[in-house]
Design a protein around this ligand. Sequence first.
Ligand code: SF4
Length: 325
Amino acid sequence: MSYTLQCELCPKYCIIEPGQSGECRIRVNRNGKLTSVTYGYPCAVHKDPIEKKPVFHMLPGSWVLSIATVGCNLHCKNCQNWEISQANPESTPAYHLPPEAIPGYAMENGCVSVAYTYTEPLVYYEYTLESSRQVHQADLRNVLVTAGYLNKEPLKKLLPYIDAANIDLKAFSDSFYRKICDATLKPVLDTLVLARTMGVLVEVTNLLIPTLNDSDNEIQELCKWIAGNMGKEVPLHFSRFFPQYQLRNLPPTPLSTLERARNIALDTGLYYVYIGNIMTDNGENTICHQCGKILVQRQGYTILAMNIKNGRCPRCNTEVYGIWK
Ligand code: SF4
């Protein structure tokens, strides 16, 4: 006998007929049982610099093993990984990499952490959770790169295993989330606060798309919300948009927009504000918010100087938010 099921993992609460999948394409009703069909079968396994995630406040210059399976519960019109995030599992080649094999594979490749990334690690939830457990048992660290669109209960089970997360805050408007991402804003804000409250090192990425989410007012509201609800020490990355997938009609984000956003964020009082996806002179440097010393100097994914000593600024002794050893 097969039954219709409701998935309670994310705020979409898909109702799934026998033999069908939810919107994320990877949670399938198999004979009345909800099955995560990509468990143990990532479609991407890469060794990356941690700066690529981007995670700037955990172990700069270290290597991370990046893993992704197909599937996502959002359908962003600008997705840069749409070829895997919006793919069907049965038509996408995959490796076999069970959770228990991940720590050994990471260490063999000189990685000190494992990132669940590229697509949406929260929808291949069981794989992310068990892999994170195994990774912690081996004394490595876990990094989550996510849109943050998940219900609270499963998140509370996963987050104790997550050391650092880069969570997208794609815009500060519900209508943007509905129109561009097929999602809503509030659950993402809840995830950001929950992750911070549960002790995860959280960094936030905001991809600025010309005319859609780049007004002074929206950027200011977003920054004020981070400062007031998460803390001024939470790093914020403004990232450059490039036209792709279903948003090819808009131009790349001009550097002036990214600089304007950064100035707004700094004026709002945020301590660590970065510009990414574009080469700049100092948009990727970590700067002491007290005395202005360059703490970590970066160019692309390369660390040119690492001046943080025991988690503090060597000049004025101010503590720097992050995991430094
Ligand atoms: S995780 Fe997937 S199947 Fe479950 S509710 Fe979300 S989109 Fe639907």
